[in-house]
Each structure stands twice: as structure tokens, then as C-alpha cells.
Design a protein around this ligand. Structure first.
Ligand code: C2O
Ligand code: CU
Length: 504
């Protein structure tokens, strides 16, 4: 069986380049910003909230007047938002009505291995006659390993023994994560807790998750993806000509360059870089008088200890930045563009906030305190480290590798004792977005110096640039089993830049 993405329009993408849309694109800032709906549980018990989701194809109007066939959670892209409470178990039952096997990973979740979305724990399509061997065809490195298979549906159990944070869920099938997420399999999963509730942060319609993603569209609105090389990682074959998928259309919550009307008040914008590979440098244009318009209150793993003001935000794939923007700093009627300084032409624009023209300034009852969180960082005291390890993210004869090895399920690169601190060093010769499952970490140093402006707080994903070395302190708790570390450039991931580590 071929591993090409069945049914996908083929397109060639120049090496390291951007795929250009053939469809008629709207002018920026015409389409209103959608906000994904919050999913209602089907059942709440004393301890647990139960949810059902159906993975299915849907034809969505992304570009005005055109229909785009997507792979969706519940017919939506992004999928519906789940809001969980820290300490309450969440069980999500996913039914797979797509034509291909799927795997769901809760990114940022402190999740037991059996629900973590191990990439060969496939859920086969409902009623499908496809065998496991068919699903794994073309992956010779798979021989001798087998996943935990389920048919039609699977329930993922999330104990949520973790603090409030902006998590997201997405597909994680081995070798196919790039095309599956690109087609639409991604959504938010927000976690709340008492500490965060105790703050007067913006809420309700002023607390907005924003999933940024780039795509390219064919003439009739279909998604373009360079099916050549998608997910190929045969050992011994070099794939250096494929650096990952970038499109020329920037979507926010599934809408191209949208616009959103805001009042002259504080807003909480939870940014997620949901692109396969694209890096952003986001800025407000114009900046508010006095600058520093992007006040960071949280990162991947929840609230920072103290807020951090930025003029721009650098965001690698899968990173989250929890940002307060106070639109009261702008004059009534200002049109504030969110721009991407790493982009050019169509990809230099992201979205626009239109500040209310009314000169009456509404009362704002929110407050951003100097101390946001008392969550202790001391559990990650690097002087207590019991092991030092290096993970080298490199391109080699075997393709995109970690420590020279392409991914092989069941081959663990590290055995880590639960509850101990370790120092992990990530080295890189190209751009990568390094993600560790199970628990958040803290960045200790970047290139031997102190962490960079975007390394603050509890992270689960960290950008590494060419020639860079990033040192982090990790500590895993509660769950023994096998988990993954990988590049979140999804094409690198699919081309085997992934490894298991195990906890005991
Ligand atoms: Cu967001 Cu292992 O992935
Ligand atoms: Cu990479």
C-alpha cells in the first residue's frame, strides 16, 4: 500500500518553500473571527466528566464561497473546545468515521501512557475491513512492534492532576500526523483551577483561544498538501529536500485573516501555533502608545509567576502564549493588525482587532497582579539532577533523527525514574520545535546563557534554532510507561524525528 495521502490533490512544493494557493483568496480582515464552541459533557458524575466526539469529514466554508473538505472533530475546524477542571477526570470517547486510522493526543496533558496517544495505538475507522498490517504497510521499521488497537472508537481518560493551562488535542498517528492535522484534526482543551479563578483575569467573551495555522488551497477550495514525501521515512532514504508544509493563507480559528471587534478593555488571547512548521513573530501594528502591548501571563504549562511584557512574540509550532492585550491603550476606532514579522506578502498578516469607535470607555473590572501564581518552580531544582542526557536533533543518512536514530516504537532512548529531576540538553543543526510528553519542563539555559525571552515558565515545547543548545530540567510523575519526545515540525515528526522514553 502506498503511504501517499489518498484522495489529496498533489502539488509540488519548492524546497523549503511555501505552497501557493490556486483558489481566489479573500482580502484580509473581511471574515469575522470564529470562536470554537465549548463542548457539553454527555454525563457528569461526582468525579468525572464524559464527552463524545466524532471524527468525520466535513465540507467547511473556509474561503468565502468555496467548500473545503476537511477532517474534523465533530464537523468543526478547530474542533470543539473542552473545558476541564483540574482534579476532575475527563473521559473523551472518540468515534472514528474517517477513512483512515487515527490516534488522539492531548498536548500538554499529564496523561497515563495508555491514553496518551501513542502513535501506533490506532483507532480503526468504524466498520473498516482494514487490517493493522494494512494500516502499517510501508513501515518496515514497524515489524515486531504492535500497538494497542481499537475498532471504531476509543475512550481516552485524562485524570487532569495538573494545573490550569491551555492544552490542545490533535491527531498523532505514526507517519501521518502532518497531513491529518493539516486537514483539520486539532482543537483546544482548556483546564481551569482555583488559583486561576482567584485572579480577576478577563473571562467569557474576553477570553479567546486563537489557533493560528497556515494552509494552501486548490482552485475549488480543496486543501493542497505536498503528498510527495508526506510521511515517508524509510530507513536509509534521505529526505533533506522536504522541510515541512507551509501555505500562503493564515487562518485564525479556521478563518482566513479574520477581524474581531473589541471594546476598550483587557482581553485574554490564548495563542496556539497550530502550524505544521511555520514560526511566527507576532506584533501589534500599531503598537499601543508606550509599546510592550503583549503582556504574557502564561506559557504552555500555565500561569507564569509574574507577567512578562513583550513587543513581539516568537512562536514555534505547538507553543502556547497566554497574552493580555489592553485595548483601552488605543484610541477609539483604532484598527490594530496582528502582523507576522517572519512572513512576507500574505503571510505577514494574521488578523485585525477593530477597537470600538465609542469614546465612552467601559469600566474594566479585570486586574493583572504582579504575582500571578505561587506554583513552585523548586521541584525542578537542577542541583538535584540525577542524570544528564543529550538529545541531538539532526538530519542524517537515516533522515530526520534523534541521536542518529529514526523513530522505532518500543525503542526507548531514556529510562527515567519517576519523581527525579534530570537535565536534558537538546542540540540542533536546523530549526526544530522540541516537544516532550507527560510533564512540563523549565528552560535552564540557551546556548550556555540564560533562557531567551520566550522560554519563560513551564514549557512542553521549546524552539531550537540552527546550532543551538537548549538545556531544560525535567521531572516526570505519577505514570510509568512509554512516552514520546519529538520534533513538532509535523513533517519532521512523520519523517521519524521522534523517540520513546520510558518512566518507571
Ligand atoms: Cu502535539 Cu507528540 O504532540
Ligand atoms: Cu524538526
Amino acid at each position: 500500500a502506498s503511504r501517499a495521502w489518498a484522495g489529496t490533490p498533489l502539488a509540488d512544493v519548492p524546497p523549503g518553500g511555501i505552497l501557493r494557493s490556486k483558489a481566489r483568496l479573500p482580502r484580509p480582515f473581511q471574515v469575522p473571527l470564529p470562536v470554537p464552541p465549548v463542548l457539553e459533557p454527555t454525563l457528569r458524575t461526582a468525579t468525572t466528566d464524559y464527552y463524545n466526539m466524532t471524527q468525520r469529514e466535513a465540507r467547511l466554508e473556509i474561503l468565502p464561497g468555496l467548500r473545503t473538505k476537511c477532517w474534523t472533530y465533530d464537523g468543526l475546524f478547530p474542533g470543539p473546545t473542552i473545558v476541564s477542571r483540574s482534579g476532575r477526570r475527563t473521559v473523551v470517547t472518540h468515534r472514528n468515521e474517517l477513512p483512515q486510522p487515527t490516534v488522539v493526543h492531548l498536548h500538554g496533558g499529564h496523561t497515563p501512557a495508555e491514553s496518551d496517544g501513542y502513535p501506533i495505538d490506532l483507532t480503526m475507522p468504524v466498520g473498516s475491513a482494514m487490517s493493522y498490517d494494512d494500516a502499517m504497510a510501508g513501515m518496515p521499521e514497524m515489524h515486531g512492534s504492535s500497538g494497542n488497537l481499537s475498532h471504531g472508537q476509543r475512550s481516552y481518560t485524562y485524570p487532569m492532576l495538573q494545573r490550569a493551562a491551555t492544552l490542545w488535542y490533535h491527531d498523532h498517528r505514526m507517519g501521518y500526523t502532518g497531513p491529518a492535522v493539516y486537514r483539520g484534526l486539532a482543537g483546544f482543551h482548556l483546564l481551569t483551577d482555583d488559583e486561576e479563578d482567584g485572579l480577576d483575569l478577563p473571562r467569557g467573551s474576553r477570553d479567546i483561544p486563537l489557533l493560528l495555522a497556515d494552509r494552501a488551497f486548490g482552485e475549488n477550495g480543496g486543501l493542497l498538501y505536498p503528498a510527495v514525501d508526506s510521511g515517508m521515512h524509510k530507513p536509509g532514504v534521505v529526505h533533506s529536500h522536504h522541510f515541512g508544509m507551509m501555505g500562503d493563507v493564515i487562518l485564525v480559528n479556521g478563518a482566513p485573516w479574520p477581524v474581531h471587534r473589541v471594546r476598550r478593555q483587557r482581553y485574554r488571547l490564548r495563542f496556539l501555533n497550530g502550524c505544521n512548521v511555520r514560526d511566527f513573530r507576532l506584533e501589534l501594528d500599531p503598537p499601543p502608545p508606550g509599546g510592550r502591548g503583549l503582556l504574557q501571563i502564561g506559557s504552555d504549562g500555565g500561569l507564569l509567576g509574574t507577567p512578562l511584557a513583550h513587543d513581539s512574540l516568537r512562536m514555534a509550532p505547538a507553543e502556547r502564549f497566554d497574552i493580555i492585550v489592553d485595548f483601552a491603550r488605543y484610541r477609539p476606532g483604532t484598527k490594530v493588525r496582528l502582523v507576522n514579522r517572519f512572513g512576507s506578502g500574505s503571510t505577514a498578516q494574521v488578523m485585525r482587532f477593530d477597537v470600538s469607535p465609542s469614546s465612552r470607555k467601559p469600566h474594566d473590572d479585570t486586574h493583572i497582579p504582579k504575582r500571578l501564581s505561587h506554583y513552585p518552580a523548586t521541584v525542578l531544582d537542577p542541583s538535584k539532577a540525577v542524570a544528564h542526557r543529550t538529545f541531538a536533533f539532526r538530519h542524517s543518512r537515516d533522515g530526520w533523527t534523534i541521536n542518529g536514530l529514526p523513530y522505532k516504537p518500543g525503542r526507548s532512548l531514556a529510562r527515567v525514574k519517576l519523581g527525579t529531576v534530570e537535565i536534558w540538553k537538546f542540540t540542533s543543526v536546523f530549526f526544530h520545535s522540541v516537544h516532550v510528553h507527560l510533564d512540563a519542563f523549565r528552560v535552564l539555559s540557551r546556548n550556555g546563557k540564560k533562557p531567551g525571552a520566550f522560554d519563560a515558565g513551564w514549557k512542553d515545547t521549546v524552539a531550537t534554532g540552527p546550532g543551538e543548545t537548549v538545556e531544560v530540567a525535567v521531572r516526570f510523575t505519577d505514570y510509568a510507561g512509554k512516552f514520546m519526545i519529538h520534533c513538532h515540525n509535523l513533517e519532521h515528526e512523520d519523517m521519524a524525528m521522534m523517540a520513546d522514553f520510558s518512566t518507571y
